[in-house]
Design a protein around this ligand. Structure first.
Ligand code: USQ
Length: 383
């Protein structure tokens, strides 16, 4: 397939690009380095430095023999998006090109507006470019489990059959997101659904939980191909943060009561899920939704697991609850259905002690680059 990856410089975008190229697909990536600019502006740089996209594509080509075409530009600009889609003529568009940080989106008016505009504009431009130029192409959109929030009923895969006053219909599962960032993804889903039912686009929306991991088959070819590994309060996801805290000798920052439950997955499984979805596309006129996670944990359980793996390496890990900077339930029911991707062929890589130990050993090699000031939360939801 010809595959166009929007947001190809990101934690997920870059390893996805290498994975598709290594599987024999023709890959183009596009990015405007928004995350790099925000990371610089908020002192939230990743643990290992990442060369520019063009440089990474050159290193990957030398190491593997697979080419990745790189376009740098702003996908919220319709001219750039339309030109790109015309040139790349994709069979599949993988859309990751969003400001992905919940804390950043809650920092203040400017950051909320930047998140809102970028995320909605890119989705809107992507929909129109596909509709007008390659209407049969399949859009694989990265959504988030956070769209659903933490409802007191089981979370179905995207849709809910409702019986009301003796009649039945199927609706998008109710959504109640916990940050402006997560809310932009709810709005994306609504936009996609409108254009799918009106113009017959084919779309897969992947409701993904927090991802952890550094290693993928292609990233391991050369240290400079490593995904952007963030441990800061802005871009770092909780497992990656806890592992870095364990290495730095900082007590693991459990927010509040620690009963918050989410659905987690290994970076390797993100790659599998996205490829499985792309290689078995949605039908025309179908908005297909999968819940993309492989296991659920409370924050307290995660902290205990990281402590266990860290202590076995002699790190003497401590856990300390700190006031929760977010507005979220700290004790709640959480039971998402996630069978769709398993049915497509996903073989999960679970969060074993071995996986955590491997990550800790890798982080230990970079321990002198950990900046402790990046760890404590700097953004409060009610700040
Ligand atoms: N948490 C802590 N301590 C920390 C960091 C986080 O207790 O030091 C807690 C949070 O309060 C939350 C949970 O851990 O309850 C997950 O937090 P997170 O920062 O790993 O995840 P989140 O902000 O929700 O966002 C991340 C990605 C986002 C993606 C989302 C999936 O940054 O792009 O959409 O995971 S989900 O959470 O399912 O919505």
């Amino acid at each position: 397939m010809r595959v166009l990856i929007l947001g190809g410089d990101g934690y997920l975008g870059w390893p996805t690009a290498m994975d598709f190229a290594a599987a024999g697909h023709e890959v183009t990536v596009a990015d405007n380095y928004l995350r790099r600019h925000i990371a610089e502006a908020t002192d939230s740089e990743a643990l290992m430095p990442a060369p520019s996209l063009s440089e990474r594509a050159r290193i990957f080509a030398a190491a593997s023999g697979y080419e990745i075409a790189v376009r740098i530009g702003d996908l919220s600009d319709p001219d750039f998006m339309f030109e790109l889609v015309k040139q790349a003529e994709p069979d599949t568009v993988i859309h990751y090109a969003e400001q992905p940080s919940a804390p950043y989106s809650m920092r203040g008016f400017r950051e909320a507006r930047e998140t809102f505009q970028n995320n909605l504009d890119v989705t809107f431009n992507c929909i129109w470019a596909v509709k007008d130029i390659v209407p049969d192409a399949h859009i694989v959109k990265l959504g988030t489990m956070g769209e659903y929030g933490t409802p007191n009923i089981d979370i179905e895969e995207g849709w809910l059959e409702v019986e009301h006053k003796g009649r039945k219909d199927t609706f998008l599962f109710p959504r109640a997101a916990g940050s402006l960032y997560h809310t932009t993804k709810v709005l994306d889903t609504d936009l996609l659904w409108f254009y799918v039912r009106t113009y017959g686009l084919r779309v897969t929306d992947l409701m993904q939980g927090p991802v952890y991991g550094i290693s993928t088959d292609e990233a391991d070819l050369d240290a400079r191909l490593c995904p952007n590994f963030h441990y800061d309060d802005i871009f770092g996801t909780v497992v990656n943060r806890f592992l870095v805290q364990a290495v730095a000798g900082i007590p693991l920052t459990v927010y509040g009561g620690g009963g918050q439950t989410r659905g987690y997955l290994n970076l390797r499984d993100t790659l599998q899920c996205v490829r499985l979805a792309a290689e078995s596309p949605a039908e025309k006129g179908e908005l297909r939704i999968f819940n993309q996670l492989t296991e659920t944990f409370t924050v307290n359980e995660l902290a205990e697991r990281v402590k266990g793996a860290g202590d076995a390496l002699g790190l003497g890990v401590e856990i300390k609850s700190i006031p929760n900077p977010r507005k979220e339930k700290e004790e709640h029911y959480y039971n998402p259905v996630f069978t769709g991707l398993i049915d497509l062929g996903l073989k999960p890589h679970y969060m074993t002690d071995e996986v955590l130990t491997e990550m800790l050993e890798r982080i230990v090699k970079h321990r002198e680059h950990i900046v402790p000031e990046r760890i404590m939360p700097r953004v409060r939801w009610n700040g």
